[in-house]
Design a protein around this ligand. Sequence first.
Ligand code: KMT
Ligand code: NI
Length: 175
Amino acid sequence: MRAYWYDNKPGDQREPHDSGREVSEETLTKLGVLYHHCPTLEAVDTLAQNRGYKNRDQVCVSPQTMGDVYEEKVKMFFAEHLHEDEEIRYILDGEGYFDVRGVEDEWIRICLRKDDMIILPAGIYHRFTTNEQNYVKAMRLFQDEPKWTPLNRGAEVDVNPHRKNYLDSYLQPTA
Ligand code: KMT
Ligand code: NI
């Protein structure tokens, strides 16, 4: 895992967009974004058990597996959104970028590869993309009923109770 400020320059979303300014794991933790290195499936199972993730499935995002809809899907994943539940992803193969909003609403890019697990808290604005390899295989974990519904950013979602709860829990000035 490596995280850095997104450079906001034009260009395909799958390019690195690396500003060269690193973001620490501690900064991510303060945003409620948790990272775990899980070198084995046992490590995933233990974490899932401890956090009460009872269900899981797998997705493979690539032109080979998705065919003509790949480009469309990749654009959809990149629309800024939030969920009313945690988003938990474990990378089984390939690589991908999760972008999350920092305290001042700037994008942080999190590069994930095989054995990396990321937990995004409910209510955080984020987006996902494959990188220039156009291939990622990931496990999606969830507590009970899978709720994948992305709520795209906008005035209505800004006042969603899960968004408000996230802001209260993580983005309050501490001074
Ligand atoms: C998401 O939430 O954007 C996805 O599930 C994308 C595929 S998982 C790496
Ligand atoms: Ni999401």
